[in-house]
Design a binder for this molecule. Structure first.
Ligand code: HSE
Length: 435
């Protein structure tokens, strides 16, 4: 068998050199000997494409490796592997398609791109006999996509429940443990560098929706795009909801939910209460975790750092070693299968439990019509709790499992009742009934 040292180096192009890219570059250089031994050939950096060479963390000014011409680098004949860490749809999409058409193996952490149209990306990879790996796109360091694609290939995944956005988990955790309201907790997340100056992608669930599409596609062997995922963020979660959750033995989390249901799958992102005894309730701060329920394996939990330079670089370099091994063996890694082609069901068909908080007048005859509205829409009440507030009261109702469309009809009717001053909030309750 040829020694590793005898093999020609595999040449790596790095597109993007920000927080993650500079860490990948550092490790490619500093861990070169170990990576060479593991991959089976030296991994040599052929070039680093950046938008602005004056801002290139981790690289010496004027380094000959730097270029602003990402397309030329990504398609250069001497390049074998292209790592894309620029993020966003364009120019990343054009660069990766061109790289694969030129026969390069591709590693990316770009969830927006994969969430938007992974089918087209995979088709091009297949047509050109190359690899497309993206473990770093979902939940940073946590090995998750490979276990779903490979380790669980012989099982039937029933449900994936994930905390896949660290910023929102940090904010909700601060609201739970410090009693902070949303605005204060967001300010802290921004001060600590978790949340961007424009936090929309995180707090409104866009980031989590792209990751949910990737997870649902792998879990259910189906094409799922971000546009198929029902999305709600956490900006409407009130301190009062967090307090109610606490009183009910629950905690509020922004959940990515992918479920196999009758007639298809449900893919959604929204804040939800989960019982404090659920393993996901223990996921604190900016950590991520994904809970998978499979028919034979039972319940699995994947936990770790979901973002940041080091953690994401770990996932990226794992992919780089994998595609390098494949190139040396002259093979492609396992393809993503979409044979099941299950329909993604509308949100109205989702089945879950609900917490409904109502501001009501505290007088005789209020509870009965409220309960009747639930009954009329076939939503069964599990528990009712009331806190008096002078002449008014906060009435909290928790339901048994019901269909989203029926709950929505109930809420619309409640909102129009004279005795109901306002529907304070509606939150889904996830986790097994009785947990
Ligand atoms: N902004 C994301 C988070 C990390 O807060 O988890 C990148 O996907």
């Amino acid at each position: 068998m040829p020694r590793t040292d005898d093999r020609a180096p595999l040449r790596v192009a790095l597109l993007g050199c920000g927080v993650v890219g500079s860490e990948v570059f550092r490790l490619l250089v500093e861990q070169a000997a170990d990576l060479r031994a593991r991959a089976g050939a030296p991994l040599e950096v052929a070039g680093v494409a950046v938008r602005d060479p004056a801002r290139r963390p981790g690289l010496a000014a004027g380094s000959a490796l730097l270029t602003t011409d990402a397309m030329t680098l990504a398609t250069r004949p001497d390049v074998d592997i292209v790592i894309e860490l620029m993020g966003g749809i364009e120019p990343a999409r054009s660069l990766l398609l061109a790289a694969m058409r030129a026969g390069k193996s591709v590693v990316t952490a770009n969830k927006e791109l994969l969430g938007q149209d992974s089918a087209a990306m995979h088709r091009v990879a297949r047509e050109h006999g190359t690899d497309l790996y993206y473990e770093g796109a979902v939940a940073g360091a946590i090995p998750l996509l490979r276990p779903l694609r490979e380790s669980l290939a012989g099982d039937a995944v029933r449900r994936v429940l994930g905390i896949v956005n660290g910023t929102t988990n940090y904010i909700l955790d601060q609201m739970d443990t410090q009693g902070a309201d949303f605005a204060d907790a967001l300010g802290e997340a921004q001060a600590l560098g978790y949340a961007e100056a424009d936090p929309t992608a995180d707090v409104e669930g866009f980031d989590a929706a792209a990751k949910t599409a990737i997870l649902a596609g792998l879990a259910f062997h189906t094409r799922v795009t971000t546009a198929d995922v029902h999305r709600e963020g956490i900006s409407a979660v009130r301190a009062a909801d967090i307090a109610s959750a606490r009183a009910l033995g629950c905690v509020v989390k922004l959940l990515a939910i992918c479920e196999r249901c009758d007639g298809g799958i449900s893919a959604r992102v929204h804040p939800a209460m989960i019982p404090r005894v659920h393993p996901l309730a223990a996921v604190r701060g900016a950590y991520n975790a994904v809970f998978v329920e499979a028919e034979s394996a039972g319940r699995l939990m994947f936990y770790g750092a979901g973002a940041g330079g080091g953690p994401t670089a770990s996932a990226v370099l794992g992919d780089v070693v994998a595609v390098a091994r494949n190139r040396i063996a002259g093979i492609r890694g396992p393809d993503t299968s979409t044979y099941a082609e299950l329909p993604v069901l509308p949100m109205g068909d989702a089945l879950t439990r609900y917490y409904v908080a109502l501001d009501v007048a505290d007088r005789p005859g209020v509870l009965a019509p409220v309960a009747e509205a639930f009954a009329r829409h076939n939503v069964s009440i599990r528990a009712v709790r009331q806190e008096g507030r002078g002449e008014d009261a906060n009435l909290v109702i928790v339901t048994h499992t019901a269909r989203e469309s029926q709950l929505a009809a109930t809420v619309a009717e409640l909102g129009a009742m004279p005795a109901v001053r306002a529907v304070g909030s509606v939150l889904r309750v996830e986790g097994e009934e009785g947990e």
